[in-house]
Design a binder for this molecule. Structure first.
Ligand code: NAD
Ligand code: DAU
Length: 378
């Protein structure tokens, strides 16, 4: 079937994996990648597919509603997968307004432009879909009731045998009350509410998914995993916030992209699906795995880079634990993570070490200045 799909934020980390998957898997679809190319957007992430006949790139700002109206009409868009956002918590603490602008006003502009275009068609919303990608951070933070970890109550075929544990009995489910703490998560929560309001008020066929922390190739090196891999390579300090006790639930980015594909095609309108890996790690433990893996792959003796660990002032409002219960998605659509964590982290570290040019291109110049500024007080 021919379809015109608009993917926003396709030059970013997760978006580039989604664009690649759709362009390769659906030759009959026209995939329009809409991205403003902020500091986080990088067309080098899509080099391998940029010449494909079913792929087009449009540089635009989602806040610009007239431009969104024009794009919806010009490309006759019938499905939107919305990933464009400001995504880094530390930046949101320094500059909350940019997050409100892009994440709230940008999402609203896109919703309104899609609504106006689809309502103008003879069949209106029939066959249309607005899919909004959100985060587990909107649910707030969970208690860490089992500091040493307990056996996880869940099983998936991909869960790591070694680290198949949880740090508490509570998990985020689709009905967990929103309780965001950072300007980033507050802006994402607000955008989620607008999407649901457009469904309830105007009948917009909409889906929201809330995913846990992603890792994998092409992630901007301000985020924990690529930052630390790069710092180890350059023998720079590894800034661990607080005591390194915070817990995150890590999912390989290609598994997230597979879930997005499945939900876009088979999910039910007005539904929410949680996506996660049942793969909880304390920051300090995952940092030790990264150090061990990088040192091994670089041929350094074991323990060589441990001395780079530097405990720094904690992130303000730092959420203690995120843990997603993704059994609804497993039950209703048959999705589960495909990759053992050990394999995913090995592939990830190898990718960054093998693609040093990609890393060097974005860690020079402006980024270096930003990074120094961000960390000079820590
Ligand atoms: P990212 O920061 O790597 O990429 C964001 C992309 O959006 C960039 O290409 C950027 O240029 C683009 N963009 C930013 N502002 C824009 C604007 N005003 N107009 C058009 N494009 C704009 O982010 P990511 O980590 O790939 O996250 C993608 C989405 O997934 C976000 O909505 C994020 O909230 C959500 N999410 C991320 C994670 C994660 O672990 N990274 C987990 C769950 C959900
Ligand atoms: O949970 C999903 C979210 O995951 C997404 O919505 C966000 O877009 C994404 O950025 C990510 O948010 P986190 O804040 O969890 O990711 P980050 O990589 O910034 O940090 C992961 C953990 O590591 C967190 O507890 C903070 C800590 N950290 C991070 C950095 C960058 C450090 O200790 N030191 C660091 O230098």
């Amino acid at each position: 079937m021919k379809r015109n799909i608009l993917i926003t934020g396709g030059a970013g980390f997760i978006g580039s994996h989604v664009v690649r998957l759709f362009v390769n898997k659906y030759p009959d679809y026209r995939i329009v990648n809409l991205d403003k190319l902020t500091y986080a957007g990088n067309l080098a992430n899509l080099k391998d597919i940029e010449d494909k006949p079913n792929y087009e790139f449009v540089r635009a700002d989602i806040v610009d509603i007239d431009e969104m109206r024009r794009i919806m009409r010009e490309y006759q868009i019938d499905g939107v997968i919305h990933l464009a956002a400001e995504s880094h918590v530390d930046r949101s603490i320094k500059d909350p307004f940019t997050f409100a602008r892009t994440n709230v006003m940008g999402t609203l502009s896109l919703l309104q432009a899609a609504r106006e275009y689809w309502e103008s068609l003879p069949k209106k919303f029939d066959g249309k879909r607005f899919y909004h990608i959100s985060t587990d951070e909107v649910y707030g933070a969970l208690e860490l009731t089992a500091p040493e970890g307990i056996e996880s109550p869940f099983t998936t075929t991909a869960s790591s045998a070694e680290h198949h544990h949880a740090y508490g009995e509570e998990f985020f489910v689709e009905t967990t009350k929103y309780n965001p703490h950072s300007p980033y998560s507050a802006s994402k929560a607000s955008s989620d509410h607008f999407v649901r309001a457009y469904h309830d008020t105007y009948g917009m066929p909409a889906i929201v998914t809330n995913c846990s922390n992603n890792y994998g190739p092409y992630q901007f090196p301000e985020k924990l995993i690529p930052l630390f891999i790069n710092n180890i390579r350059h023998r720079k300090p590894l800034p661990v916030y607080g005591k390194g006790e915070n817990v995150r639930d890590w999912l390989f980015v290609e598994d997230h992209a597979r879930a997005i594909d499945l939900i876009f095609h088979e999910g039910k309108d007005a539904e929410t699906y949680n996506i996660g890996g049942f793969n909880e790690w304390k920051n300090i433990d995952i940092i030790r795995v990264i150090i061990r893996t990088v040192d091994r792959l670089l041929g350094n003796p074991e323990g060589y880079s441990d001395e780079l660990i530097t405990y720094v002032t904690d992130r303000a409002g730092h959420d203690l634990r995120y843990a997603i219960d993704s059994r609804k998605l497993q039950r209703e659509l048959g999705w589960e993570p495909s990759l053992q964590f050990e394999e995913g982290i090995e592939r990830t570290v190898r990718w960054y070490l093998d693609n040093q040019e990609w890393m060097d291109n974005i860690t020079s110049g402006d980024y270096e200045r930003y990074y120094d500024e961000m960390y000079k007080n820590r």
